[in-house]
Design a protein. Structure first.
Length: 407
């Protein structure tokens, strides 16, 4: 699920005032259960001093609770500090419940939630039932007429609230760890690519530049007395320089070449960002006989197809399949992209290509057909089998004798 400017992703801290206000709002919604203590203070049956101290205690309790849940759900504080904070909330809830009445027992629900939010799982698993038992004991010790029913009504919220918060906390922190792991993997991949680029440049240019330098020095020494030999060295320098330029161009072309694994990963990301339910294979099949040119043609086809699905189809689902297929003409690798959007409306089934519909094909299909023709591939476009949506099929031969010369 993507984040917008108003929402805050799971495990992601707010970065704007609006996101902070949104997160605080959803946390404060649960403070509605404090209506019982507030009503107790508003009834006016306490002394002015008791009412003032009760308001102060409730405000301090709410502030500490909000601080814990807002700041430390995704990253726990120091264990000792977290324990002392939960103990402080427990003491505050105990004093307020004993002095002001059973209505204040609801504060133990918030203490239980705080324990689930900041304490380690093993510790929280013992503390939450202990807090619930303390709440029940204090309520029954008061001996009020409605204490028993109030305690029974709070037992389940205290237990479920605390243990549910441990699950939410674990989900949030797992999401944070996953996001950090993805960032680390991306950084490692970038570093590996830099190292690969450095190795390739060294292998490509190291020997050539060393040879050019050596021959330049040699030509300089030969020039006064042996101009003919110096001219031969200069000719060698020119030949080596041209070859180095060719090697660099080939290397740059290889870096720019699209690959199926990269485009499959990009397709998953693009479809997910557009809110389209996608079924995309994790990787290309290990055929071992697919030339570079054929792979690049399929990769361009996948990019074009996914772009059309995201921008123009209005689809809810998209399925990408990539598998070898045996035909009478030989063995092919077939890429199929099917969506349930509006692209197939009005196109008869069974067409051989987009041109067969009588509709002028766009630049995308025309360019794809030209790329595939260069590697003896084919393109078929038409409505999906369900009658709604669009189906694009691209095939390239796996026989290196058939396609290798075009790669």
């Amino acid at each position: 699920m993507s984040d917008d400017v108003t929402g805050v992703g799971i495990g992601r801290p707010p970065v704007t005032r609006r996101q902070t206000a949104t997160k605080m709002f959803w946390i404060c919604v649960w403070l509605a259960f404090m209506s019982a203590p507030v009503s107790d203070l508003a009834d006016g049956h306490h002394t002015p001093w008791a009412t003032a101290l009760g308001c102060l205690g409730l405000a301090a309790f709410g502030a500490v609770y909000l601080m814990l849940v807002f700041r430390h759900t995704s990253r726990s504080p120091n264990i000792t500090r977290a324990g002392w904070t939960v103990a402080l909330l427990t003491a505050c809830a105990t004093v307020l419940s004993l002095t002001l009445g059973p209505s204040w027992l609801v504060l133990f629900v918030y203490v239980s939630v705080s324990a689930g939010a900041v304490l380690p799982l093993r510790v929280a698993g013992r503390v939450i039932p202990a807090l619930t038992a303390l709440m029940a004991g204090l309520g029954l010790a008061r001996g009020a007429e409605d204490a028993g029913s109030l305690v029974l009504g709070l037992l389940l919220p205290a237990l479920l609230g605390g243990f549910a918060m441990t699950g939410v906390r674990q989900l949030v922190r797992t999401t944070v760890e996953l996001r950090e792991a993805r960032a680390t993997v991306a950084q490692l991949a970038a570093n590996e690519e830099r190292l690969r680029l450095a190795r390739d440049l060294h292998d490509l240019l190291g020997h050539s530049l060393s040879l050019i330098t050596l021959k330049s020095e040699l030509a300089g020494r030969m020039l006064p007395g042996h101009p003919e030999q110096a001219a031969l060295q200069v000719a060698d320098i020119e030949r080596v320089s041209r070859q180095a330029l060719v090697d660099v161009r080939d290397a740059v072309t290889g870096y720019r070449r699209l690959t199926l694994p990269g485009e499959l990963a990009g397709a998953r990301t693009a479809l997910a960002a557009a809110g389209i339910t996608a079924a995309v294979p994790a990787d290309a099949p290990a055929t071992g006989t697919l030339p570079a040119g054929s792979e690049e043609a399929l990769a361009w086809g996948l990019r074009e197809a996914v772009t059309n699905v995201v921008r123009h189809s209005g689809a809810r689902t998209c399925t990408v399949t990539l598998a070898p297929r045996q035909t009478l003409a030989g063995r092919f690798l077939e890429l199929v992209v099917v969506d349930d959007g509006r692209g197939g409306a009005g196109i008869p089934s069974g067409i051989a290509s987009a041109a067969d519909t009588g509709i002028t094909p766009g630049n995308g299909l025309t360019g794809l057909r030209e790329r595939l023709a260069a590697v003896d591939g084919t393109l078929t476009a038409g409505p999906a089998d369900t009658g709604r949506g669009f189906r694009l099929t691209l095939s390239v031969p796996l026989d290196t004798n058939a396609a290798g010369e075009h790669a």
